[in-house]
Ligand binder design. Structure first.
Ligand code: PHB
Length: 401
């Protein structure tokens, strides 16, 4: 069977089994390429608008809308529609949701998600269907490693990329014995795994890895265990509402006064207002910091605040950059979404002034970017320096790398 036959038979099957597919099949109008070009471009957003990651999904979406508005709401001269679907950060619903957008809505571009488990399902289908996809948060390493493909891009980070530099940094600081704690799913496991790789390389040892079911926020038993293990420090990944709760519980339990807290930057990004004093002194690594004194960052933060009345965070930056990537690539092909090869080349070559600083795609389509070392000081993620310059995910197992 050729790949196009495989694609056809899969599509046919999906059309029979999804309500959206049935609607699309009955509305079929044979269109000439000229007519098809006049239709609006469709961008599908699969993001969490409810649950522990809701704020992340909203910031990605609103920053995309902001960048589109700033550039006249056209892509290569064409109008477009954003089709937003709540992923609920639920991997069990990810395949059906992805099919709703690709097969049902026939989107030209697919973007999202936040959750790595959702990303694994989404990228698999997008790869089979050939839909141009831009992952705007989820860090699942496989997306730009084994599962990489010409049509799969990521504007955010890989889980390894953000946490490996913290492992080396903590070892460099003379910490010897650390406990890590996270949610028990792809992103959590990959982040503490990357931290461990860097930490052990520098001579440190991980005393225990504590895994908590996603998205649980009952941390008391875990904090008691951490206190009794008496490590030199704790390394954590939580995000969104879960990060707010963990950081507050860590401080309120009294553990913070004795055991310093380190983590992936998501622990304190977009959350400081709600965490208050509990977040002071937490060290994190991330490919962004609010306080970066870059003209593009200052401009971006001001316009995001004006548009939403909220402070921008790393998720907003990723949404903004995703929109910019679409804008640049569509400009180059004059809005011709059918020019797949040219679109892919345009995306690969993209270079622009991001609020996070300079970045470009690696051969496996993951950003090559600086990872900053930050400390929460006076309610702000202060930049202590660059933990590691131009970090590139190894892209292991990607045929294109
Ligand atoms: C992920 O699941 O990949 C994920 C979720 C939230 C974050 C970062 C990564 O803040």
């Amino acid at each position: 069977m050729t790949s196009s036959q495989r694609k056809m038979s899969r599509r046919d099957l999906l059309k029979q089994t999804t309500a959206a597919g049935v609607a699309a099949a009955t509305n079929f109008i044979p269109a000439s390429p000229a007519i098809a070009q006049k239709a609006k471009v469709k961008i599908g957003l699969l993001l969490p608008y409810t649950g522990t990651y809701a704020a992340l999904g909203h910031n990605i979406t609103d920053a995309m809308k902001l960048r589109f508005a700033e550039t006249g709401n056209k892509l290569g001269g064409r109008e477009f529609d954003l089709i937003q679907l709540d992923s609920e950060a639920d991997p069990a619903k990810a395949a059906a949701n992805t099919n709703k957008l690709i097969v049902g809505e026939k989107v030209d571009f697919l973007t999202g998600p936040v959750h790595s488990g959702v990303a694994m399902a989404m990228a698999k289908i997008a790869r089979e269907e050939g839909t141009l996809t831009i992952v705007s948060n989820a860090g699942a390493n496989a997306v730009t490693r084994e599962m990489c493909g010409p049509n799969i891009f990521r504007t955010s980070f890989s889980n390894w990329q953000v946490c490996f530099p913290m492992g080396t940094e903590m070892a460099r600081r003379g910490l010897k014995r650390v406990v890590s704690v996270t949610w028990n799913y792809v992103a959590g496991k990959e982040m503490i795994g990357a931290f461990r790789e860097g930490f052990e390389k520098g001579g440190g040892a991980v005393a225990k890895e504590i895994l908590i079911p996603f998205p649980n926020v009952e941390f008391q038993a875990n904090l008691t265990e951490i206190a009794s293990l008496k490590p030199d420090a704790v390394f954590a990944f939580f995000s969104g509402a879960g990060a707010v709760k963990f950081v507050k519980d860590y401080a309120e339990s009294g553990v913070k006064a004795r055991i310093p807290l380190y983590g992936a930057g998501f622990l304190t990004d977009g959350t400081l207002g709600a965490q208050g004093a509990a977040a002071e002194g937490i060290f994190t690594t991330l490919h962004y910091a609010d306080s970066l004194q870059l003209p593009a960052n200052l401009r971006f933060r001001e316009s995001f605040k004006k548009a939403t009345s909220r402070d921008a965070d790393v998720f907003a930056v990723q949404g903004y950059d995703t929109a910019q990537l679409l804008i640049d690539a569509m400009e180059k092909v004059k809005g011709d979404v059918g020019a797949t090869k040219a679109l892919i080349s345009a995306m690969e070559e993209t270079r622009f002034d991001s609020p996070r600083g300079p970045w470009h795609f690696s051969r496996s389509h993951n950003p090559v970017q600086n990872v900053y070392l930050r400390e929460v000081r006076n309610g702000d993620n202060a930049v202590l320096g660059i933990a590691e310059k131009e970090v590139s995910d190894p892209g292991t197992g990607c045929g294109m790398a």
